[in-house]
Design a protein around this ligand. Structure first.
Ligand code: GDP
Length: 436
């Protein structure tokens, strides 16, 4: 997917613009388990084309007293990660010193930049916008994020800057894995352990904005693409200390993957950044394998200790808990093979097709034995279940006489039974109840 980043100094209207761009899509996205971070990351759609929007400023809590240094870091991060940057300025204030600083950094990047002259709430203010030509970044787009005027033209312009998606030229039957996690959990190390020194690269697909978003490998008998190894490519000293750094850096990889390999550090607990990355995986409905790395540094490695880790992780990531957890050492290559094997299994689970005959054969007797509780004296009958074709994740429809009375706990019961019976560990699934 394409990623649009919003940058600019505080109070120019970045979050208003973010809301304006993501508003219509938000309702759909939020249906998923997404919890926090809606203010910073969202989906947008224009003339049938979907893309992601990130407000780099939205991550800073007290953005009114934000340091200039912090803004510069956000801009550097946006340049690295985004396909298009919206540089928001304020027609009421004109060009400030900080705007000029930001423009100086942006002018040196290859990422397309659109200057957005916000707060152009009436036509007279358009004349003020001429001043923004001095930023040296081309025509300013006059908009009012508040009223929405001018945003249509802006969206047309954004779309015109996107490039062809690599996914259009990929082999659809080969799983796409992304290795994600906080800095220093061992992402580069595990990728190197996967691919070895000889770098068993089959094909490299270039042509998108990043040097190489997908690289195809054939290792240990597994055929897969690693997504955005570019995200693992190099450390950036300027931005790596930012709390949200790894989250923004993960967005593209997660969106482009089928299965995410979420790495945690065995010597540290689960932290905010881990949870935010997990939430991105969930909101994008991707498969998940949790890897607890640096296991070699854990002194007592009994089954009980492992179980303790597993329980703690599942507790933090609840309510979605049905995913595999693997304990690895990228250093000694312990269980590296297992990670690829498990990711491949999760891919299979995510693309599982269960025949209607088998679903009904297995599920109807269970439903008969444990029917949905009756509501106001009315019996609720589920007669039939089928899997929907062509969905992103396995999605099942149960047909009932009174679908509105089938509540969440019962849907969870149905989900758990399907998971138990067909081993769908690592993939989210959908359960729908419809009128028969
Ligand atoms: P990244 O930022 O997630 O790509 O992390 P790196 O792969 O660069 O690893 C960060 C540091 O942790 C490096 O010094 C690695 O050598 C070290 N490291 C990575 N994996 C392991 C591991 O399994 N065990 C130990 N002991 N150290 C590791």
């Amino acid at each position: 997917g394409n990623l649009v980043a919003i940058v600019g100094r505080p109070n120019v209207g970045k979050s208003t613009l973010f809301n304006r761009l993501t508003q219509s899509r938000q309702a759909i996205v939020n249906e998923q388990a997404g919890t926090t971070r809606d203010r910073q990351y969202g989906k947008s759609e224009w003339v049938g084309k979907e893309f992601s929007v990130v407000d780099t400023g939205g991550w800073v809590v007290n953005s009114d007293d934000i340091f200039e240094e912090e803004i510069r870091k956000q801009v550097v991060l946006a340049i690295e990660e985004a396909d298009v940057i919206l540089f928001v300025v304020d027609v009421m204030n004109g060009v400030t010193d900080l705007d000029m600083d930001v423009a100086n950094i942006l002018r040196r990047s290859k990422t397309p930049v659109i200057v957005v002259a916000n707060k152009t709430d009436n036509n007279m203010l358009q004349y003020n916008a001429a001043e923004f030509y001095s930023l040296g970044l081309g025509d300013p787009y006059c908009i009012s994020a508040m009223s929405g005027s001018g945003t249509g033209e802006l969206l047309d312009c954004i779309l015109s800057k996107f490039r062809k998606e690599a996914s259009e030229i990929l082999d659809e039957d080969i799983p796409r894995f992304a290795v994600v996690g906080r800095p220093n959990v061992g992402k580069s190390s595990i990728v190197n352990a996967f691919i070895g020194e000889e770098r068993n690269i089959v094909t490299e697909i270039a042509g998108t904005t990043r040097d190489s978003i997908y690289t195809r490998y054939n290792k240990f008998g597994f055929d897969f693409y690693l997504v955005d190894t570019a995200g693992i490519r190099k450390k950036n000293k300027v931005t790596e200390d930012l709390e949200y750094y790894s989250v923004i850096r993960s967005i593209r990889s997660i969106e482009n993957a089928d299965v995410c390999i979420l790495m945690l550090d065995a010597t540290r607990g689960i932290e905010g950044q881990d949870l935010n990355i997990f939430s991105l995986i969930q909101r994008n409905q991707k498969g998940l394998v949790v890897v607890v790395n640096k296991w070699d540094l854990v002194e007592v490695k009994t089954d009980a200790v492992m179980k303790g880790y597993e329980d703690a992780i599942r507790n933090r990531l609840a309510p979605f808990t049905d995913f595999p957890i693997i304990f690895t050492s990228a250093l000694t290559k312990q269980r590296i093979f297992r990670v690829l094997e498990t990711a491949t299994e999760v891919y299979k689970a995510r693309t599982t097709k269960i025949s209607t005959a088998r679903l009904n054969e297995e599920m109807l007797p269970l439903i008969e034995a444990y029917p949905p509780p009756s509501n106001k004296g009315k019996y609720i009958k589920i007669k039939y279940v089928t899997q929907l074709p062509n969905t992103r994740i396995p999605s099942f429809v149960f047909f009932a006489n009174l679908p509105q009375y089938v509540k969440e706990p019962y849907k969870r019961f149905l989900e758990n039974k399907i998971r138990e019976r067909w081993n769908l560990s690592g993939t989210p699934i959908n359960i729908f109840i419809r009128q028969k």
